[in-house]
Design a protein around this ligand. Structure first.
Ligand code: NDP
Ligand SMILES: O=C(O)C1=N[C@H](C(=O)O)C[C@H](O)C1
Length: 267
């Protein structure tokens, strides 16, 4: 089966990788992609944007020009994601959202769109990170109640949100497994006289530097030993290929709210 896909925000770092991944995928036909009205890439060949040579598809500023697509892939910004969600719901189109930085309230809003059309939200579309979420569940169950849990993440200098969506999801998975409320137990960075560590907290540390694609580590530390579970992305193509898997999966899904655990059969 072949599906038709459109890329929203296709001139971004992820957008360009998504164009290439979609164009090269045997089961996917790339219908087109959007850029902002103010963009210097309006009416620009998608292949040239992605650095793979002309493919004959041009960018548009209007999502409504792309009604031929079965699935829309959005790696943009919080505000535009909600505009895209609204349109997809009205047209009963499936959407894969990779954008990060949503508050809990905004995630709840996104879930409501799933009542009438297929919506998949994934702060990280790589297979490795979604396996890591599973490993965190197992680890937290086994040793989480007596170890110090800290989450570290590093990304490139251009990233706008912190901690990363992936780090927040890691915290949520661990907190849920341990019956803790992340809002109450999260500590975001430390400075000055902090006093001794509260054993019930989950700490977050963020680095923004150069061109780091994405690194995440969860520490489960006891006295005498510590377990570190790390994922390192070395290419954005890993996220783009994961998004293609998600698009193929959601193209056959009913209305509902989904994540990458559904796609990868990890639930
Ligand atoms: N789920 C995952 O696996 C991953 C998620 N991400 C997340 O994806 C998002 C994007 O990341 P990244 O690609 O690095 O960021 P970029 O800033 O490079 O790309 C975002 C793009 O979206 C465009 N855009 C914003 N609003 C609109 C709109 N209304 N219509 C059309 N285009 C629009 C921007 O245009 P302009 O340049 O004109 O502002 C920009 O080109 C972030 O939230 C990031 O955290 C990133 C990597 C992996
Ligand atoms: O902005 C990025 O680049 C990334 N964002 C995602 C996140 O916030 O978790 C995923 C990935 O690590 C890259």
């Amino acid at each position: 089966m072949t599906i038709k896909v459109a890329i929203l925000g296709c001139s971004g770092r992820m957008g360009r990788n998504l164009i290439q991944a979609a164009h090269e995928h045997e089961q996917i036909t790339l219908v087109g992609g959007t850029v902002r009205q103010s963009s210097s890439f309006v009416d620009f060949d998608l292949g040239e944007l992605a650095g793979i040579g002309k493919i004959g598809n041009k960018t548009t500023t209007e999502i409504s020009d792309l009604t031929a697509a079965d699935v829309f892939i959005d790696f943009t910004s919080i505000e535009s994601t909600f505009e895209h969600l609204k349109w997809c719901q009205q047209q009963n189109k499936a959407i894969v959202i990779g954008t990060t930085g949503f508050s809990d309230e905004q995630v709840n809003d996104i879930k409501t769109y799933g009542k009438t059309s297929p919506v998949l939200l994934a702060p990280n579309t790589s297979v490795g990170v979604n396996l890591l979420f599973k490993l965190l569940e197992i680890t937290a169950k086994a040793i989480g109640d007596y170890t110090d849990i800290e989450i570290f993440e590093a990304h490139h200098r251009f990233k706008k949100d912190a901690p990363s969506g992936t780090a927040m999801k890691m915290g949520q998975v661990i907190a849920e497994t341990l019956g803790r409320n992340l809002e109450e137990c999260a500590v975001y960075g430390r400075e000055g006289i902090t006093d001794e560590r509260d054993p019930n907290t989950i700490g977050f540390a963020t680095v923004r530097a150069g061109d780091v694609v994405g690194e995440h580590t969860a520490f489960f530390a006891d006295l005498g030993e510590r377990l570190e579970i790390t994922h390192k992305a070395s290419s954005r193509m890993t996220f783009a290929l994961g998004a293609m898997r998600a698009a193929l999966w959601i193209a056959n899904a009913d209305a509902g709210y989904y994540d990458m655990q559904d796609v990868l059969g990890l639930k």
